[in-house]
Design a protein. Structure first.
Length: 133
């Protein structure tokens, strides 16, 4: 059961966050999904998370992600991961620099059955901005 929950989260990371496959996003994210830590300017719902991913892909290309570790406790899957991307589009008012950027993320996703129903996360935006400004 724990491995099934990890596999669902890995599918979100690999196919959606890295691969940009929004059909997979729609299949994994529950219609009533709630983001308890939405990105600034985005609502805490499923549609806004999809738009955040699209905006991120428009600003950063060639994404790669290494899952440093995952743990499962009940319905919660915690993942620490490291992304490397290229700043290829405007981001927070900054023109593309072409620089490779590396940043860490810690996500906690609630997985119920085959769906992701909630998210809590930590993203070090200052680390991203420091590498592109």
């Amino acid at each position: 059961m724990k491995e099934d929950k990890k596999a669902i989260v890995r599918k979100l990371i690999e196919d959606v966050q890295v691969g940009g496959d929004y059909a997979v996003f729609d299949a994994l994210m529950h219609p009533d999904f709630i983001d308890h830590t939405p990105a600034p300017g985005f609502a805490p719902d499923r549609d806004s998370v999809r738009e955040f991913y699209r905006a991120f892909h428009a600003s950063f290309s060639e994404p790669a992600c290494v899952i440093d570790f995952q743990t499962v406790e009940g319905d919660l899957v915690t993942t620490r991961k490291t992304y490397t991307v290229t700043h290829s589009g405007p981001f927070n008012g900054l023109a593309p620099t072409g620089r490779r950027v590396t940043f860490d993320v810690i996500d906690v996703l609630k997985v119920e059955g085959a769906f992701i129903t909630a998210h809590w996360g930590i993203l070090n935006m200052m680390r991203i901005m420091g590498q592109i400004s």
